[in-house]
Design a protein around this ligand. Structure first.
Ligand code: FE
Ligand code: FE
Ligand code: ZN
Length: 284
């Protein structure tokens, strides 16, 4: 079980490794381009080579990309859908070029129209993206907190998308805060076991390729996306001991997306807490 974090890459993708080393991250997630924009990074072969060399030298891997927040495959707008699939395709090409595992992204929001209404569109969009992009880059759906009609707060929704698309390139990243906010009590041993059984039935545990390890500013079932530092939120340190003890997470990389003790994003204190828990519970 590798422990790492989302790290910045401004000043060049390879700078992510220095930031990772500074906080002791063993695995990382980065943005391919500023996440609030549609603009995708131009793939420069030299930069990609340097990135792969940096990965090898530092031993920091796997690497994941996180797609832009603007993506919405459940949108009613044809224009936004096109921009979304273009952005996702762009990041998948980049992921392949730099040796990242794939692109983690939020499916989007149906804004009240209903999940089932937009499911065929989501499936078709993903099938199109799969056809246009390299086979070695995963499309990684992230579960949502459920606010504003966001898709994927229930494991069954992720499962329906994956079954509809029918490709082994589709995977899932489980965000602990989003799951907790969506009503899955991962902090409780019995409820966690139940949640992971549901995940296995609806999605398949073999699809779980990453975890966003975030504590929650809001209570169980609060339905809102608000990350907290590990041990400072409603999941709590004991909750993370419970989570990291569960066999479903063995061998799955954990990526912090927490505010940080100084408010500057994932930091060494948060990485160290997870490492201490990993040691305590004997997670591998
Ligand atoms: Fe995310
Ligand atoms: Fe997340
Ligand atoms: Zn989040």
């Amino acid at each position: 079980m590798k422990i790492g974090a989302h790290v910045g890459s401004s000043g060049g993708l390879t700078t992510a490794f220095e930031r990772a080393q500074a906080i002791g991250a063993e695995t990382i997630q980065i943005f391919g381009a500023p996440p609030q924009t549609w603009r995708r990074r131009k793939i420069q072969p030299e930069e990609c080579e340097a990135f792969q060399a940096g990965m090898k030298e530092s031993g920091i891997e796997p690497v994941f990309l996180h797609g832009p927040y603007l993506i919405n495959l459940a949108t009613e707008s044809a224009e936004q859908l096109k921009k979304s699939t273009d952005a996702l395709s762009g990041d998948l090409h980049l992921a392949s070029a730099i040796g990242a595992k794939g692109v983690i992204f939020h499916v989007g929001s149906h804004k009240g129209a209903g999940f089932e209404t937009r499911l065929p569109q989501i499936v078709k969009a993903l099938q199109g993206v799969l056809k246009d992009t390299p086979d070695d880059a995963w499309i990684i759906l992230e579960n949502s907190a459920g606010q504003g009609g966001s898709v994927g707060s229930k494991f069954s929704e992720l499962g329906e998308i994956i079954q509809g698309v029918g490709s082994p390139r589709l995977k899932v990243c489980l965000d602990t805060e989003h799951a907790y906010a969506a009503g899955y009590n991962l902090a409780d041993k019995k409820e966690l076991a139940k949640a992971m059984r549901e995940f296995d039935t609806e999605v398949g545990l073999d699809k779980l390729v990453a975890v966003h390890a975030n504590d929650s500013k809001i209570p169980l079932g609060g339905g809102v996306d608000r990350h907290e530092n590990i041990g400072k939120g409603h999941i709590g340190r004991a909750g993370f001991e419970t989570i990291m003890s569960h066999p479903a997470f063995s061998g799955v990389p954990l990526l912090l997306e927490v505010p940080g003790m100084e408010g500057e994003g994932p930091d060494k204190p948060n990485v160290d807490i997870l490492k201490r828990i990993r040691k305590k519970v004997g997670a591998v």
